[in-house]
Ligand binder design. Structure first.
Ligand code: PGA
Length: 259
């Protein structure tokens, strides 16, 4: 795991965008794993701004796979993750709707197995963007999730439903059920690009990066992955015991190495 403490949330977005663009340039038909929520919004805005300015790569051959989706929202609901990712990223990058995939919330009983098969058929995810919940969840794998889990239906914790109430107006309107890639699914992505910003994430980041590997902090599976990059702003990094060491390592990193 490479932990990269950066000077600001803007610096996180810029480096995350650089990393995604470098993949798309080197592999135009790559498979991007996309997260929703507030954290990746500045990264996506940066990618879109560069694309509009003509300095970004072409995304015409890219396929995108969502991490998770709410169950029970009407089709086309603006807070569905399929609608969210189209609005925030894929439409503006010119990734056609049929190249954007998510678990099918209309058939939760079979959606998990179908989505796992779709990921296999696509050759797996090259780069997975990840955020973290304030309770340590990864995608919608809440504390207690199997470290080997596959895509399946899950029940959100009260903490997550309260955290997400800002998107719905009230906590009562936040769906209770979701479909989410499992922790075992996420571990199969070839590169995990984990980003966290803001003081509300400091405890969860410290637990994920420096705490024990445990289902009680699903994001701690980062420690099991052979290529996990953790981009943090100063607030999100504030709980890390080895912060000075991570800074020193990144400052001395040779240019040829990349992320
Ligand atoms: P946030 O959510 O980016 O909206 O904070 C992250 C998550 O729940 O994984």
């Amino acid at each position: 795991m490479e932990v990269v403490p950066l000077s600001s949330a803007d610096a996180v977005a810029a480096l995350a965008a650089d990393t995604i663009e470098a993949l798309v340039r080197s592999r135009p038909a790559c498979v991007l794993g996309v997260a929703t929520g507030s954290t990746p919004v500045p990264t996506y805005a940066e990618l879109v701004a560069r694309h509009r300015a003509g300095t970004g790569p072409s995304y015409g051959e890219v396929r995108a796979f969502l991490l998770d989706e709410y169950v029970g929202l009407p089709a086309g609901h603006p807070q569905s993750y399929r609608a969210t990712i189209a609005r925030e990223l894929t439409d503006d990058l010119g990734i056609a709707a049929e190249r954007v995939h998510g678990p099918d919330p209309t058939d939760p009983a079979t959606a998990g197995a179908s989505y796992e098969q779709a990921l296999l058929d696509a050759g797996g995810v090259d780069l997975q963007v990840l955020g973290i919940g304030s309770d340590g969840h990864l995608a919608f794998n809440e504390p207690g999730s199997s470290l080997a889990s596959a895509t399946r239906i899950k029940t959100l914790t009260e903490t997550t439903r309260r955290d997400n109430a800002r998107f719905f107006g009230s906590v009562d309107d936040v769906p209770r059920h979701v479909l989410t890639q499992g922790l075992g699914t996420i571990l199969r992505a070839r590169h995990l690009l984990f980003i966290a910003t803001g003081s509300g994430k400091a405890d969860a980041v410290a637990a994920a990066v420096e705490g024990p590997l445990t289902a009680s902090c699903p994001a701690s599976i980062l420690q099991l992955h052979p290529h996990a990059t953790v981009l943090l702003d100063p607030d999100a990094a504030a709980g890390l015991a080895r912060l000075d060491h991570y800074r020193e390592v990144y400052a001395a990193k040779p240019d040829w190495q990349g992320l």
